[in-house]
Design a protein around this ligand. Structure first.
Ligand SMILES: [Zn+2]
Length: 267
């Protein structure tokens, strides 16, 4: 076993060397954390913003301003993935800002907000407005200072599955948002078990709208408390609303250890 276990480590080292990723802090590579959430732009669907990274910047942030003719100041700031939002205030630095904990060690930051749109501790969906763009704190003008962190370490920002470049000035790189464009919505989970009923409401006597024959990839749009279900050795009264099946399933059948799913808003 010992000999076999050495092989993946050597392969990983070789990969890091030839992709140039060795400069990334080791902690960010060695966590074994789950894959990053499917992050989307921190501003509304269809808007085009330009971004840059300046040398005095903290961590691996990018600063965004609009480049589609619309006003940057006051533009909605959106959660780039589902999670739990927390308000912060740092008048001499980040200003009013929100952090969103996405689970799995992943957190995003949104600095210099003019106003908050959610209470601290709120569960937010991907694309939900969490604030408005401003220039509070140490800021020379309205912009969104945005970061993606894994276990507190700033990561190179990935949006819609693509790593963004880090230009030193604006108007070299642009990003058009797909956040909240519709068709999306909900947080991906997998179900387990077979013959799992999806019901019209979070009640055991609600009509069955469909049955999941086996493990199924689903998108959960919200959750609420309903009838207590005892099944498979578990007891739980939380139910998830499934986007594509348009009905509720007991959280017992969602593959997640928590009775109430993290990062999913209440219905
Ligand atoms: Zn910044």
């Amino acid at each position: 076993m010992r000999f076999l276990r050495r092989l993946p480590a050597l392969a990983a080292a070789a990969l890091l060397a030839c992709t140039g990723l060795a400069a990334t802090p080791a902690a960010a590579q060695d966590t074994g954390a789950a894959a990053a959430p499917g992050f989307k732009a921190p501003f509304p669907c269809g808007q085009r913003w330009t971004y840059s990274h300046h040398s005095a910047e903290v961590r691996r942030a990018l600063d965004f301003v609009r480049s589609d003719g619309g006003a940057t100041a006051g533009a909605p700031v959106l959660a780039s993935a589902a999670g739990t939002a927390t308000r912060h205030s740092q008048p001499s630095g980040a200003g009013n800002y929100v952090s969103v904990d996405h689970g799995g060690g992943w957190t995003t930051y949104y600095f210099h907000l003019a106003a908050f749109s959610v209470p601290s501790g709120a569960s937010v969906a991907q694309g939900q407005q969490i604030g408005t763009t401003g220039s509070t704190g140490n800021s020379s003008g309205a912009h969104i200072h945005y970061e993606q962190l894994l276990n507190g370490v700033g990561q190179n920002i990935v949006i819609d599955g693509a790593a963004l470049p880090y230009p030193g000035s604006y108007h070299q790189a642009h990003l058009t948002s797909t956040n909240g464009c519709g068709g999306g919505g909900g947080t991906p989970f997998d179900t387990w078990g077979s013959g799992v009923n999806v019901r019209a409401d979070a009640r055991l006597n609600a009509p069955v709208v469909t049955t999941l024959a086996g493990p199924t990839a689903v998108r959960v749009v919200c959750q609420k408390q309903g009838d207590t279900v005892n099944a498979e050795g578990y007891t739980n009264n939380w139910w998830s609303k499934l986007r594509d099946q348009n009905g509720f399933v007991s959280n017992i059948y969602i593959s997640h250890p928590d009775a109430k799913l993290p990062g999913v808003p209440n219905c």
